[in-house]
Each structure stands twice: as C-alpha cells, then as structure tokens.
Design a binder for this molecule. Sequence first.
Ligand SMILES: Nc1nc2c(ncn2[C@@H]2O[C@H](COP(=O)(O)OP(=O)(O)OP(=O)(O)O)[C@@H](O)[C@H]2O)c(=O)[nH]1
Ligand SMILES: [Mg+2]
Length: 460
Amino acid sequence: MSEISVSTGTIAAIATAVVPQQGSVGIVRLSGSQAISIAKTLFHAPGHQAWESHRILYGYIRHPQTQQLVDEALLLIMKAPRSYTREDVVEFHCHGGIMVVQQVLQLCLENGARLAQPGEFTLRAFLNGRLDLTQAESIADLVGARSPQAQAYALAGLQGKLAHPIRQLRTQCLNILAEIEARIDFEEDLPPLDDKTIISEIAKISAQVNQILATADRGELLRSGLKVAIVGRPNVGKSSLLNAWSKSDRAIVTDLPGTTRDVVESQLVVGGIPVQVLDTAGIRETDDQVEKIGVERSRRAATAADLVLLTVDATAGWTAEDEKIYAQVKHRPLILVINKIDLAPAQTVKYPSEIHQVVKTAAAQNQGIDSLETAILQTVRIGQVQAADIDLAINQRQAAALIKAKTSLEQVQATISQQLPLDFWTIDLRDAIRAFGEITGEEVTESLLEQIFSRFCIGK
Ligand SMILES: Nc1nc2c(ncn2[C@@H]2O[C@H](COP(=O)(O)OP(=O)(O)OP(=O)(O)O)[C@@H](O)[C@H]2O)c(=O)[nH]1
Ligand SMILES: [Mg+2]
C-alpha cells in the first residue's frame, strides 16, 4: 500500500443529483481537516446551537465577504473517525435544484477546499481502512442499481459477503505458503510435506473460486442490463407487444403497416434484470424516405441488441418476408414471437426447425407476456445455474482477478505433480495470493485504484 500517494487536503462536491427544479434537498459535502473551519466561515447558526459532532445545526449560509444570503440550510458535522471517510466530514443540506448547491460548492472552493475527484470520498474511506475494495465497488453498484436484485447483491457486497470468502481463500493460500517456505528454510528439522494433502487443499480452494466466478455473468447482466429488440414485418404487432409488456401505450398502434418510424424505447425489469426494450419500424422494402431510415434503424437495433424478438403474425404464417428478416438476425440470440394467436392457431406458422425458443402471444389481449419473460430468462440464464445459491454478483475486475488466481493455483498443482523443487511451488502460490489481495485491496497499485474509482460519480 505504501506506493499509493494519498492526495490530501479538504475536498468538496455536490453529493446529490443536480437537476433543475428537482430534488427538494441538495447536499454539498466536505471531507478533510479544514471541513469544519470552512463550514464555520460560511454557516451562521443562530442562538446557542453547539457545533458538536453528529448533530444537526440550523441556520444560514452567507457569502463570507459580502454577507449576502445564499440559502437557509441545515448543517451536519461528523468528526473523524466517525464519518464516511474517517476524516472530518461536513454536509450542507441545502435547497435542491441547481442554483443553491452550485453556489455553496463554489463558496467551499473559494474558502480552502478543492473539487473532489469522482469516487474520492470512497477512495479515502478505503485508504483509511473503513471499507475494503469490494465494499467500495458495492457502493458504486448500489448507487447504479436499476433493479431490486441488483440492489440486494450490492448490499450483500457492502456487508462483506464477497470480501469474507476471498480473505479466507487468501489466508488458506498464505498458510500453505508458510508450510512450504518452512520446508525450504529448515528442511532437516521438519517432517516432509504431504503432496497429496496440499494438492487436495488447493483443489478445494479452486472449487470455491469457480463457484464465485460463476456469479460473474449475473453481475454483468445486473449492471449493464439486457437490450432486447422487437423486430419483424410491418403490422405483425410489435408495438402492441411493447405496450402490453410495459403496461403502457408508449408506442403508437394502428392497423396501418408502417406505423412505427423510429425506435421506441421502454425500460423494464425482468427477473431482476434491467431490460431495455426497443420497438422498431417494421422491416420492408419501401420508397418512403422516412420509413427507409426507420427500417435502417431497425436493422441496426437488431444488430446492437443482446436478444432479438423476431415477431410474426399467426394469421399470415411464415412468409417470404419473415424468412428474409430471419436471415438477417439469425446469428443473434433470438426468440420467435408468434403473435395474434387469438385470430389463428400458432401452428400455421411453419418456421425453420433450428429456432428453439418460441413464444405465442396475443399482444392486443395482453396474453403471453409471462411466457415471453420466462423464455428471455431461460435464454440469458444459460451458464448461471451453478451460481444460483450464492447471493453475489461479481464484476469484471473481480472476475479477472479470480481467473488469475485460478490459473496460478492450477499451475501450483501442476508443479507439485511434476515434483519440481519447492521454490517453484511458491512462485505460483504467491501469484494466487496477490490476485486474491487485488480483489479486496490488500494488494493494489495506484493505477488499479484510479481505474476503479474513476467510474464513480462525483460526490461519492
Ligand atoms: N387480434 C389481434 N390484433 C393485434 C394483435 N397485436 C396487434 N394487433 C393489431 O395489429 C395491428 C398492428 O399492430 P402494431 O402493434 O401497430 O404492429 P407493428 O408491428 O408495430 O406495426 P408497424 O409499426 O407498422 O411495423 C393493430 O391494429 C393492432 O391492434 C393481437 O395479438 N391480436
Ligand atoms: Mg409499430
């Protein structure tokens, strides 16, 4: 840790979202040794209010030179170490919107604070030992959570549900390393090492690593969500499907083919996964300039989507145009949606036998949405079965470190089996220990920290 250069000084940032006319309260946060003195310069608490830690003061924020009133506000003081950063922290709870918080922040900057980098409050919490790296990352996940599941996994991470097993695995490796090193240093005085026991201990560690690794797909889905594009011929009921699914009349529905001209988006949550659904213009040859652009956008949406819902009309069967569209999207993960089954049996659609996921709907009657969601979850959950019992969702960085640990552990096993000298065993074991340490933060570099914390929002 000694290589990390901690930038000191008192930092300031707006901690709440800055949106005009929104948010009845806006918070400006300060952290560092000057936080309280800056607050005293700006904040006037009338009467006999004590400037004590973990108390709320009521008063006015004024410009220190002109005494001009900036806001009527509350002030919260949290003295070190009982604060988020373990430094002195002060929060101005001002009126929301954009004007007040920006002025208060400006005053803090003019009176000794500097603007915080993204994630710098949390970085300080980490550097001061209040959080480990997995907890710090969970905080970013919690702020970014777009579904109850994502929130639950982020909270689990914040409680140390990932850090705990990783630390245990690291300790187990350290113990094995100590055993081996003792043999290197005092070979004559100790009983010989039992290769088989060590190999089986390492196998157990690897198995646990695999289990945790299996939560990575879920983590990826929960963080980035899933982009689903509804595509198909005009008039098959794509917009009706979007409306039925999102329980809204988001998209215009008419019986005229070519109604939808532009991509219409809706945000949903399916099985805890944030899903962005795109309704697109019906794909057909057309001379209409506007529709042409729409059709081009449909094609692009289909290419960019994680999953394509190829929608067809049960009354029309599988047409030559359906076949053409299918040819364009068949390399993508795909579900065939046979719509309008209230008008004709789904069997009339003689679709290619290589399509395995098929859902029958009557979008105009709100029918079939449940089976559509089930089919989507089946399509994306392949490979996640193993992870079902662990309530974690690791991120890409953590997954990469675990893969490094796993590879090194495999290497140790190979080295032992090949009966190479003990020095060789320790090299790979140390690599595994380092990889575990990177996850929780026992072993980090400045660039790693920068990479992690730059993804945070400002003020966190
Ligand atoms: N009976 C019945 N009619 C439906 C169903 N789904 C859609 N429709 C009707 O089919 C017509 C076209 O529906 P849309 O949802 O606009 O079709 P679309 O695929 O979005 O059409 P474009 O935007 O032109 O590509 C409308 O009159 C809908 O009411 C269904 O399940 N059953
Ligand atoms: Mg439409």
